[in-house]
Design a protein around this ligand. Sequence first.
Ligand code: C5P
Ligand code: MG
Length: 297
Amino acid sequence: VLAIWHQLTKAEIPELAKCSVLMRERSRVEETIYAMQRAGAGSLQVISDFDMTLTRFAHNGKRVPTTHNILDNQLLIDEDCTKKMRELLNTYYPIEIDASRTAEEKLPLMVEWWTKVHKLLISQRIRKDMLAQAVRESSAMLRDGYKVFFDRLTEQQVPLLIFSAGVGDVLEEVIRQNHVFLPNVHVISNYMDFDQTGVLRAFKGQLIHTFNKREGALSHAAGLRALQGRPNVLLLGDSLGDLTMADGVSQHQNLLTIGFLNDQVDERKESYMNSFDIVLVKDETMDVPNAILRYIT
Ligand code: C5P
Ligand code: MG
């Protein structure tokens, strides 16, 4: 039976044969895709990370900004704050992606990074009504094929949960300006809290960073009614921490995880292959998720 399945996915999902696609257990991936296809769109939900998963990692050799880095604009923050935020990025980003440290070791350092940056941002008295312009002026960019991805999910009425440790207000503005903030899209992220005059004074709720998405998933699960009763999950991420985004889904039947491996490829290839069902190496497109969705919905 497996041999027949293999033939089928090759014919139906040729994108999975690309050399940038790595799978430790191809047969398990195929079985999961078939099970999801049989259950159909009504049983499916998609949970995706945002920065460096729905957005590109780089474009024309330059890094694409994360939602935090979009705030690095003279409209919002001064030179001194820019300098400090860049220093923090240069210190903590290498730790975030360091293959030689465990998530447990990284966790307190990520809390430190986010806390320092949020403090800096609050000190700048950022204005809510300037965010849209900052996003327009940024080089924020969704992955190639994003439109097909969002449109397919909307057409098939499949809910998409975007689960981001970035800044929710900026994230929403990015998807709004790209015309994909559709009714089936739900967002969990760090939202800004503005005072009555529209000036940033705090961040709302429990801080979400790269390695505590499990807690966020568990605490938000009950509130996300659109996702309930959909036992099949397609999960997209670019960090090992993203794998816990589905921990709030009770009684899931099939879980298929896709990991974008953007940076430090040689160092991280093995751990990504051991953790994600499908690993996409330096792939700036949504081609593989789109091909899988085309098949299962
Ligand atoms: O959407 P996602 O969960 O990927 O957003 C978090 C990402 O934002 C992290 O992977 C981290 O590299 C990045 N980040 C940043 N600047 C910060 C904090 C996080 O670029 N100050
Ligand atoms: Mg990410």
